[in-house]
Design a binder for this molecule. Sequence first.
Ligand code: BGC
Length: 921
Amino acid sequence: MYTINFYNKNSIINFLLLKMSYINNVKVNHLKTALGIDITGNSFSFLTNEKGPFKATLSSNNKEVQTREVTLEESNAFSFKDPLEYNTNYTLLVESSTSKSELNFETAIKLTSPFIKPKNKNIFSPIFFKNIKIDKQIKKARLYITGLGIYQAFINNTKVGNAYLTPGFNDYDYYLRYQTYDIINLLKLNEENKIEIHMGDGWYKGRIGINKPLDKGGNVFGDEYKLCLNIVITYNDEKEKNLEIKSDESWKVKPSKEVSNNIYDGEEIDYTLPEGTPEDVIISEEKYNLIPDYGALIVEKNLLKPELYVSPKGEQILDFKQNMVGFVRYKGILNKNQELKITHGEVLQKECFYNANYRTAKAILKYKGDGEKRIYEPIFTYYGFRYTLIEGLEKVDPNDFEGVVIYTDLEKKISFETENKYINQLSKNCFWGQCGNFLDVPTDCPQRDERLGWTADTQVFVNTACYNMDTYIFYKKFLNDLRGDQTMYYNGDIPMYSPSLKKEAGEGGAVWADAGTIIPWNVYLNYGDKNLLENNYALMRDFAETLIRKDIEQGNKNLILKGFTFGDWLAQDGVCAQSLFGGTDNGFIRTVYYYRSIELTSFAAKELGKKEDFEKYDTLKKKIYNAILDEYFAPNGKLALDTQTAYVLSLFYKIYRNKERVLSDFKERIKKDFYRCKTGFTGTPLILLCLFDNDMDEYAYRILFNEECPGWIYAIKLGATTIWERWNSLLADGTISGINMNSFNHYSYGSVCEAIFSRICGLRNLSPGWKKVLIKPQINYRLKNVKFSYESIRGKFEICWKCQDGKFYLDVMIPIGVEAEIILPDKKNFNVNGGKYNYECEVDSTIFTPFSIDTPLVDIVNNKQALQVVKDTLPQVYEMATGENDEFKLENIRHLSGLMMFVESKEKVQKCDEELKKIKL
Ligand code: BGC
């Protein structure tokens, strides 16, 4: 029985919603404020509850420049035919007959100033400077700037803008971004204005890359600091020509107080150093492909207050209570020559400071004071940490410190809460993991000597990332990085990390390199921007062609059995607990991803109307499918590989002869694996999705709610505030399991949140840009209450469900213009359009009374009441459930009662069943 009351209550709400029509959130490239954007490749969007069509008018100086009609379907991504003009203020007005909304934005100039560099190559971390005088009232002042390595501009001793680590991380030989800043409030009239640009080593010149010794490495992209800028001042008096101050030979350069700085080792500043002597700059002849920044910079997003902890060794340690990324700001005093040293770490060991897992990354911040009052913060580095060891202060006052959390400025899009504190914490950890690893590049980890754009890590996380934040612009940039590597160094292939540090990275191999098809396709599904897909089609196609070449080289059998892949990296079914490579056959993984990349390229070709390409890739996909069946499946359907990841890949990508056979073998495998996941980088992101989609909800929930290793809650119970790299990063007693590769802020396993949001909360995207969705909460006795919202490119979805008093209740809100299919736990389904709805239905009794003699003991032992019933009614089973042979836990009482050794009577079994069924959760 179910009732729907949207005929009465909801129809009133719908009526009201429709009445209050609106257009809002007009954005360019998903940004509400845009300064210095490019003249082409822009994507516009807005939110509305009207049906349209809408008129979009672009004007500049109150003159209409372009206008077009936009349908409701296009509201998530539309563009104008003609390119914009440089250095122009635009207004975009979106209107219907009843509402309107507008956005103001400004394009960049074309930056053509020369690059300057210190004549003396030996100056470390220099300051370029020049004074300028302004003698007329100004209307507008902009700084257009880029530099190599990291630059930070100051005007009259005040930092320009709120960004960190500019111009960001990419292959500077492929493109170099320049940023635009509004500097009007920093300039003084009729006075000398001190313009200073500090430069640090950054990714360009500092030590970066794997296995780089402390004294070597560095200079990957160059060994000379370079600066290019243009300050453009527009006077109030329109007859006056703009004043332009460009980087040229009139600038001077001087040494700074920086002693050392780079991304891995941190920063050291000595304020006692004397003011440097000015020296000359020269023009640098190298040319760069300068482009305006994409628009989302790394900024301060959060501040954390630490607590002081004194270790048994007497160390003064600040605990920021959260594994965070950014730096520590010190607001206290440093006397002349007093040294403050801050060392960063993620976990304590034996209650003392520890950071051996940072490997060669020193992650130190050091200041030598000069007695002046100032705020101390680094400008050319960042750290991943929860704890900092403070040395050099007699008594540490935690109030003098704050943790500055920085990441690429992307909007949060999700809210999620359940009644289960571990699951709530898991989604928080996943979000923090994304914050800490979305610093211009999606990095693997933020603390050790790596911090690189590992392609699998972000490929598996892409959908979770898009739930958590609006990642459009971030991935647009990263996809350009992939394309750069692909065309400049890899002849169509994709590296294992990007930027590849000028080909230092090897070819990615399966799962890693497939980022080249998986990311563009999923970004398209999440944001529905066809122009972006079109722009990334060459990336997908060229990668698909490299796979085809590999297949041909290996005998043209529609298989790729040889070649490098990290495979099911870090899976728990490798040869030992610390194994890097999992137990799943790499030939299978390679070929399944060959299949998947060809399939996604065929999807993209179809979507973009590239008929010939579609037919080519679609035909090939079918051939690969058959080749996989011949190579890996027995004639009757048994999958020849018996690992969780192998079953997951078969089921998730729908490659099988006989699905039922694969499913039953998969169940058996999971049971043998003690109902826990054994998967690594390849299988983990997909395992729960795969279980939920194959009516194995009970298995999915059991794996998710498992509190032992391997499992997500295991880490949370040991205090994790981000996602760990390894299932067993810490052993149960809190000891670190190894230091060679062990990060406590590695977001890839956070990809489990895709399954939580899409299958448990139940919101699934069925078409590009969330035009069609499926709302299908998959419920289980372990979770009774979920509140979830997601602000998609088409508007906000809300899903609240609960299981109470024998029933399931669902409240949903769907943006106008979205078609939704709603499937309730009792399988009844409804097709609705945007609006608010609520439903209720009866649910299976196991949601409230889950225990019986059919429940595996592994679940019974986790519930005190159930275990007590077993103890009281069937002592022999109790012995089995709590004794030394864990194998018994895999079975249920019904099965055990059939064993020869079983001594309890039928009546007692019956009684136990009755008592177990009385336990209400
Ligand atoms: C990184 C990973 C990456 C892996 C390659 C590690 O060092 O931290 O996350 O994907 O190497 O297998």
